[in-house]
Every structure is written in structure tokens, then in C-alpha cells.
Design a protein around this ligand. Structure first.
Ligand SMILES: [Zn+2]
Length: 650
């Protein structure tokens, strides 16, 4: 037998023993016998100077790293939108089925581990990266290589990025703890800690697993369904877990969810919910994505972060736009690791609908990003008191105005809470980023120095601040300095800072990139604003109306006169023939890469969208186009070849 063949045989044997030991907890040979096989292989590898890609010696972990390198994902990683009860799930399914009643749904576990992207090329493991912020993660290739369920070699030869979850099974945790000095308590933290450990040998010791569930990007292959993706992953040697279902109706989906819920605590792995997706890829492209998540998939979370507590009182809070919101004051209660004592009641119609009253027990829900919300009545208190709708502004006493279900204080320039809200928003980090402008400082400036508008800040001096209580020379100087420093600002931050209703920092950036300068934005037509991807008619109207309001224009002019300098985004040619046009790319172009084509479109003032819609102007069409092509054809959207595209630009 030649040495390579001998090595192959050893690898096969060792892998079987690994499986018996780690997975089955039933070794069939002694440790000494195992070591003999293992070191024979190590010797042969040294002798031949060859390490076969599937060799277990690659799993022991290499040198300790100084730091994790940053690595960019080939495309953005989305998160999943969540539902927490069956009603919400049913209504999501109904929405989806309205696109096409023939669609089917897949139900899968939602693994509770560390999200990883693993890259393969030419059938070989290339790299592994943590999720990070969705665009850039940490290179954990050396660590992930030690995970035995990550294949180092696969049959598929194209450039491939898969997504999955690095996990520690309860079984592996038990074995690890048997010999560990410091016992690990939680399999999830154990897995995350092992992968984000600079010493790959530590990762190897924890005996992790990798469960693969998605293809992020693939070269030279397309899929028609989630089921095909699943089968592809399995065929290429990835662990995919023991559960995957394709079903058609809402009842069937819910039946599956209940079944998973009932057995989740007896599983060897941690799951925190189920993922329901549309199976057919062609429907996914039609339904599309929001900026945060695909609309065609949803996570059903099992542990509802809900609790009941007593509603003690309701206070009304005035926001910077004048909106007056009822806030529930609650008997403090622990919920998902935090003490909750306030929650929003949204508006008065909502209060009536939920039938809650002061002195009653109410259900409160907390989700990750949003402030807690009162869900509804748990039990009416004996002496419960109805909540009354407020008629006058709690801050300035003005009569409130109702717009739909929402209440507004119309006293824009004389209402303390509105002014304070505008000032702190203006000074916040994503806006003018004025250090030292806390809510407390804002209050003092309004009360003592008669600040009414953000532009008033720029006429205040060091001496003015010295007249304030508790403002010594240093504090006054620092505030004056940070106000001065804030004068130079990016266009999108400026747009965000001036407080256009419902314009967050992301929308502000989209608008800034589209129009390039404040001047252009101020003179933009409504239709031009509305035409920006991700901007709907309401926000477009808010933006358009904002710049038609004389008071707003006066305030902007005051800011500019005070010396505010706006930095415009990188120059884009808004006179080019593709300015304002929306492109969708599909297929492989003959010479341009996707990134290069995108760059050219942006430089010409155009936009690139991920999915085809009626708003799309052009399809930039390459070889082997995806389902976007069919969709675009049915909508009659103009198709451009790379040559035609280049001609259009020249
Ligand atoms: Zn008011």
C-alpha cells in the first residue's frame, strides 16, 4: 500500500472512532490504541509532507492568535423578523399566501448558537467568519476548522458561502464538564466563547458542532427551493439537524411549531424557536426584503418575554414633534433580565381597545429593540380607575389637536418638552454630536438662556455658560468647544438632526446620497423623493412638506448663517443619463463584477435595488440570470446587456 493510501485508511478509521467517542459516547478501542492510530498518521504526514484535507490532525487547532482579523461578508447578512404568537404567525402566512396560494412553507429549528459564514472554493474550506454587524465579522477560520462537523472538503467545486450556527450539544457539554476544572454552565455561551477564543486549541477541546441551514452565495448553481438547498447541503456533508418539514397550510405550520415546542427541552441542542420560510425561491424574489430582514421568512420565538404587573398610573409624554403619548407607570417587575417600570400605551384608542385601567394587572411585553409595551388586561383591579384622555398639553397647557388616533401639541415654539426634545435630538450622536448636551443641560439652557431652537445654541458663548449655576470655567469651556466643533457636519446627519418626522438616520442617508446636497433636497419634487427605494409616500410627504414650511427654512438659514458647514456625500453625477434610475442586477456580466457595475451605477447617480418591482427602470442582465429575469420580463422592464449599459453611460 502506498503511503497516501495508508493515510486515507487511517483517516477513515480515526474518524469512525471519533464518531463513536464524541457522538455516540461508546468508544470501541482504548485511548492508547486510538493514540497509536493518530500518531502513525502524524508521522506519515511528516514523512510525505502531505496533509490530506480530511485529516483529523487539522482539527487540533493551530497557533494562538493575537487578535481576530476583520472580514467582510460577500453580501449583507439579514436577520429574521419575529412573531411571538400563533395569531401573528397566521396573519403572516395569510399575507404570504396572498402573493400566490400555491406556495409551500418550510419549518426548521431556530438554532441558538453562534452565527457563522463558511467559505469554500474548489471544494476546499477557505474561511469562517462570525456574523459581526452583518457586513463585517471576525475571521475565526482557525477556530472553526477544529469543529468536526465542518467538512474541510466538499464535492461542490464552485465558490460557495454557507450559513449556519456553531453550537455545543448538551452531550458535548456533559463530557467536557466531566474533566473540566472550571465547569461550563450554558451550551450557548460555551460555543460562542470557544469560537471567539484566540487559542484554536481551546476551541478544539470543547468539541463543537456546526449546523448548516443556508447558502449565502454560490457560484455556478441556482436553487428552486429551500428544500433543494437543504438537500444540497446534506449531500456536501454538512450537518443539518434532524428536523426539516415542508408544509402547505397555516394549520400544518402551527402543528409543526407546537410539536417542536413540546420536544425542545428533550433535544440535545439548544433551539429558541422555529424558522418558517417560503420554500419556493421564485416567490421569495417577488416578496422581497426590508432593510433589515427578508419578508418571506419569519422566526417564531418560543419564550415570550411577557409578564403581568400592576398598572399604577398613566403619564403623558410630549415628544419633539409634539406627539403626546400615554406612558404606563408600572409596579417594577423583572422581565428578560431588566427591571421594567414604564411601558408605552401607544395612544388613547389603543387604551380603549386593550381595556386597561389604573389599578388593574396588565400584560407587558419587552422585545429587544423596542421599549416595553402594554399588551392588554390580565385582571381588573377591585378599585380600578378608567384612564382619561388628556385634553391639554401636560407641558405647556395648550389645547391638544387630534390627527387620527394621535394627539399633538400645536405649540411648537413655546412648549418646553418639545423644545427640549428637539435640542437633545439635535445634539445626539448621529446628529450634531454635541458632547455635554445632556437632557439636564438642555433644560438649563432653555430656562436660563432662553434657547428655543437649535440654531440659538450657536449664538451662545463661553461667558453665557459661565452665568449658569454649577457651570465652572472648565465645563463652560468644554460645552462652548463642542458646540463650535459640531458646526462641520455630514449632509445625512444634518438631515437627521433637523427632525423631519419619521426620518431616521438610514432614511436621511438614502436621501443625502440620492440628492447630493441640501440645495437639491430643498428643491426636490415630491415624486423624486418618493421614488427613492425604501421611502414610502408618508415619509416622502413629510420631507417635502418640511422644506415648504417657512419656519423650517428660517431655522436652516440661521444654522447656515451661524457657520454650520455641511459636507456633501462623495460626488455623483446627477446629470448623467442614468441619474435617478433604478437598476437590478442579475446573472454574470462578461467583464464587470457585480461590485464594479454597482459602483458605476452609483457614480452616475443611479440606484441599485435587490429585487425587481414596478419601480425598477433597468435590468442589467448577465449570463444565467435568476428568477429576477422572469419577473422583470413579466413587468416589461427594459433589459440592458453590459455593452448597452456602457453605451448608455458614455
Ligand atoms: Zn405643549
Amino acid at each position: 500500500m502506498d503511503k497516501i493510501a495508508q493515510m486515507k485508511k487511517l483517516i477513515e478509521q480515526i474518524n469512525i472512532h471519533n464518531h463513536n467517542y464524541y457522538d455516540l459516547d461508546a468508544p470501541t478501542i482504548s485511548d492508547a490504541e486510538y493514540d497509536k492510530l493518530y500518531y502513525t498518521l502524524v508521522d506519515l504526514e511528516k514523512e510525505t509532507g502531505t496533509t490530506l484535507p480530511s485529516s483529523p490532525t487539522l482539527r487540533v487547532g493551530g497557533a494562538v492568535l493575537d487578535a481576530f482579523a476583520k472580514k467582510e461578508h460577500p453580501k449583507k447578512l439579514y436577520s429574521l423578523n419575529k412573531v411571538r404568537d400563533e395569531d401573528d404567525l397566521r396573519s403572516w402566512i395569510r399575507d404570504m399566501q396572498s402573493f400566490n396560494p400555491d406556495m409551500t412553507f418550510t419549518v426548521e429549528y431556530k438554532f441558538d448558537g453562534l452565527h457563522l459564514v463558511i467559505e469554500y472554493n474548489d471544494g476546499k474550506f477557505v474561511s469562517a467568519t462570525t456574523r459581526g454587524n452583518g457586513f463585517v465579522g471576525e475571521d475565526v477560520s482557525q477556530q472553526v476548522k477544529t469543529i468536526r462537523s465542518v467538512p474541510l472538503e466538499i464535492d461542490f467545486k464552485g465558490h460557495l458561502f454557507v450559513e449556519g450556527e456553531g453550537m455545543m450539544t448538551n452531550h458535548a457539554l456533559k463530557i467536557y464538564n466531566r474533566n473540566a476544572e472550571e465547569k461550563l454552565k450554558n451550551a450557548r455561551n460555551a460555543a460562542a466563547g470557544a469560537i471567539r477564543n484566540l487559542d484554536p486549541k481551546e476551541t478544539a477541546k470543547r468539541n463543537l458542532d456546526f449546523f448548516c441551514y443556508a447558502v449565502l452565495q454560490i457560484e455556478g448553481k441556482t436553487f428552486n427551493s429551500q428544500q433543494e438547498i437543504h438537500e444540497f447541503l446534506q449531500k456536501n456533508g454538512f450537518a443539518i439537524g434532524d428536523y426539516f418539514k415542508v408544509v402547505k397550510t397555516a394549520d400544518e405550520v402551527i402543528e409543526q411549531i407546537r410539536w417542536i415546542d413540546s420536544r425542545k427541552s428533550s433535544l440535545d441542542i439548544l433551539i429558541d424557536g422555529a424558522v418558517v420560510s417560503i420554500n419556493e425561491i421564485r416567490y421569495r424574489d417577488d416578496i422581497g426584503w426590508t432593510t433589515k430582514f427578508p419578508k418571506w421568512a419569519i422566526a417564531y420565538k418560543f419564550v415570550a418575554q411577557e409578564i403581568s404587573t400592576t398598572l399604577l398610573d398613566v403619564v403623558w409624554q410630549v415628544g419633539r414633534t409634539g406627539k403626546v403619548t400615554p406612558i404606563a407607570v408600572l409596579e417594577p417587575v423583572e422581565l428578560a433580565g431588566a427591571t421594567v417600570q414604564k411601558a408605552t400605551l401607544n395612544n388613547y384608542d389603543d387604551i380603549l381597545r386593550k381595556n386597561v385601567s389604573i389599578g388593574s394587572r396588565v400584560f407587558v411585553r419587552r422585545s429587544n429593540e423596542v421599549i416595553p409595551e402594554v399588551l392588554g388586561l390580565a385582571e381588573r383591579g377591585e378599585n380600578a380607575k378608567e384612564i382619561e384622555e388628556i385634553k391639554t398639553c401636560p407641558s405647556c397647557g395648550s389645547a391638544l389637536v387630534k390627527k387620527g388616533p394621535l394627539l399633538y401639541c400645536p405649540n411648537q415654539n413655546g412648549c418646553f418638552e418639545q423644545i427640549e426634545g428637539r435640542l437633545t435630538h439635535f445634539a445626539s450622536r448621529d446628529a450634531f454630536n454635541i458632547e455635554g448636551m445632556s437632557e439636564k443641560t438642555a433644560t438649563v439652557l432653555i430656562q436660563m438662556l432662553n434657547v428655543k431652537n437649535p440654531s440659538d445654541l450657536y449664538s451662545l458663548s463661553h461667558e453665557d455658560f459661565l452665568t449658569l449655576d454649577k457651570f465652572k470655567d472648565k465645563k463652560a469651556g468644554n460645552l462652548a468647544k463642542s458646540i463650535e466643533k459640531s458646526k462641520s457636519i455630514d449632509l445625512h446627519k444634518f438631515l437627521y438632526a433637523i427632525g423631519i418626522s419619521e426620518v431616521g438616520i438610514k432614511t436621511a442617508r438614502d436621501i443625502a446620497n440620492r440628492f447630493g446636497s441640501l440645495e437639491n433636497i430643498m428643491h426636490a419634487k415630491y415624486s423624486e423623493i418618493e421614488n427613492i427605494t425604501d421611502i414610502g409616500p408618508i415619509i416622502a410627504k413629510n420631507v417635502y412638506d418640511f422644506f415648504k414650511n417657512e419656519e423650517n427654512i428660517a431655522e436652516i438659514n440661521k444654522l447656515l448663517t451661524a457657520g454650520v458647514k455641511i459636507k456633501n456625500p462623495a460626488k455623483r453625477d446627477f446629470t448623467s443619463p442614468i441619474a435617478g434610475k433604478k437598476f437590478v442586477l442579475t446573472g454574470t456580466l462578461p467583464t464587470l463584477s457585480r461590485a464594479e457595475a454597482t459602483e458605476l451605477i452609483l457614480a452616475g447617480g443611479g440606484e441599485v435595488a435587490g429585487s425587481v418591482s414596478a419601480k425598477t427602470d433597468y435590468i442589467l442582465l448577465g449570463e444565467n440570470p435568476g428568477s429576477k429575469f422572469e419577473k422583470a420580463k413579466s413587468l416589461g422592464i427594459k433589459m440592458l446587456s453590459e455593452d448597452e449599459f456602457k453605451k448608455l453611460l458614455s
